[in-house]
Design a protein around this ligand. Sequence first.
Ligand SMILES: *[C@@H]1O[C@H](CO)[C@@H](O)[C@H](O)[C@H]1NC(C)=O
Ligand SMILES: *[C@@H]1O[C@H](CO)[C@@H](O)[C@H](O)[C@H]1NC(C)=O
Ligand SMILES: *[C@@H]1O[C@H](CO)[C@@H](O)[C@H](O)[C@H]1NC(C)=O
Length: 346
Amino acid sequence: MGYCSFLAAFVIVLTISVWTNYVNGKLVQNGCDIFQGSWVLDNSYPLYESSQCPFIERQFDCRKNGRPDKEYSKYRWQPSGCKLPRFNGVEFLKKLKGKRLIFVGDSLSLNQWQSLTCMLHVALPQAKYISRTVNGLSNFTFPDYDASILFYRNAFLVDIVSEARGRVLKLDSISTSKIWGGMDVLIFDSWHWWLHTGRKQPWDWIVDGNNTVKDMDRLTAYEKALNTWAKWIDSNVDPTKTQVFFQGVSPDHASGQGSNAKNCEGQTQPLKRPGSPLPAEQVLEKILRGMGKPVYLLNVTTLSQLRIDGHPSVYGHGGHRDMDCSHWCLSGVPDTWNEFLSALLN
Ligand SMILES: *[C@@H]1O[C@H](CO)[C@@H](O)[C@H](O)[C@H]1NC(C)=O
Ligand SMILES: *[C@@H]1O[C@H](CO)[C@@H](O)[C@H](O)[C@H]1NC(C)=O
Ligand SMILES: *[C@@H]1O[C@H](CO)[C@@H](O)[C@H](O)[C@H]1NC(C)=O
C-alpha cells in the first residue's frame, strides 16, 4: 500500500472512531474532524480564572505573575464542520464515576492535568477533593464521585535506570506500566525531553536492543521508544475497559525553532498560519497508524502552533529570569485540549 492510501485509510479509521463517539450521543454532525477549524474570540471564556483555582502551580499562573493582557484566555476553538461542546464538569465527572484517569508524560502533561483539575474544581466548587503527590504520582480525587485524575511524571515513557556505568536510557523497557497499566483512561505525551543535551540530559547511555551507545539521532530514539510503548499497549490494553489517548506534540515558540516560530515574548494575538509540520508529530502519527488497538490522538499540534500568544513568556516563574515559550498559561490553550478530551471520552 502506498503512503498516501495508507494515510487515507488511517484518516478514515480515525474519522470513524470520532464518528462513533458522535453516534453515542454527544456531538451532532457525523464525521466532523474537530481538530480542523479556527480560534474565535468568545467573551464567555475562559472557563475559569486562575484565581479561582487554589492549587494552580505558580509557573502556569500568568495572571498572578503579572501578565497584563487577557485576550489569550478568551479564545474558543471552532471546528469547521461542527461545534466543540463547551466543557461540562458535571457531565465529565459522571462519565468518570468509579474510574481512574491518568496523564503520563512530561511537564506538558502536567500542564494539561492542572488545566483539567482547575476546570473541574471551578465547575464543581462545592465538591470535596483530595489532592496528594506521592513518589511522583499526583492524585486528584473527587471522593463523592469515586473519580481520580492522576498525573505521573515520566518524560521518556521508557525507562531510565541507574547502573554502575551511569544513567541508562532503555529504549525497549517500559516498567512504569505497572503504575498506570490497570487504569481506565490513559493519556500519554512525550517529546520535549528527547531534545535535551548537556546538563539537562538525564542519561549517560542509551541501550537499544543488544547495543549500548553514547548517543543517537534523537528522532530515531524517540521512534524506538514509541514503538516500545505501542507494543505494550497493543499487547496489554483491553479497549472495552481502557480508553487510550496521546497528546499530540505541543509546539514551542522559542526563537530558531521552525520557520514560523518566533520568540513568544510580548505576543498577544494568535498567528494566522501554523508554520511547518513538526517532525516529531509526524513520527508519532506514523507509530499510531501502525497500531492494532485504538488510540485517540489529541491532534493539538497544528492548532496550538497558531497560539504564539498562549505561552507564559516572562510571566512563568514570576520573573524575567526565564523565558518560557513551551508551556501554556492557565487558563488558556490546554483547556481546549481538555475540551477535546471531554468530547472524546467514552
Ligand atoms: C488516589 O487518592 C484516593 C483518595 O485518597 C485514594 O482512594 C486512591 O486509592 C488513590 N489512587 C491511587 C491510584 O493512588
Ligand atoms: C541479542 O542477543 C541475543 C543473545 O546473544 C540474541 O539471541 C538476539 O538475537 C540479539 N538480538 C538482536 C536484536 O540482535
Ligand atoms: C492532525 O491535524 C493535521 C492538521 O490539521 C492534519 O494534517 C493531520 O492529518 C491530522 N492527523 C490525524 C491523525 O488526523
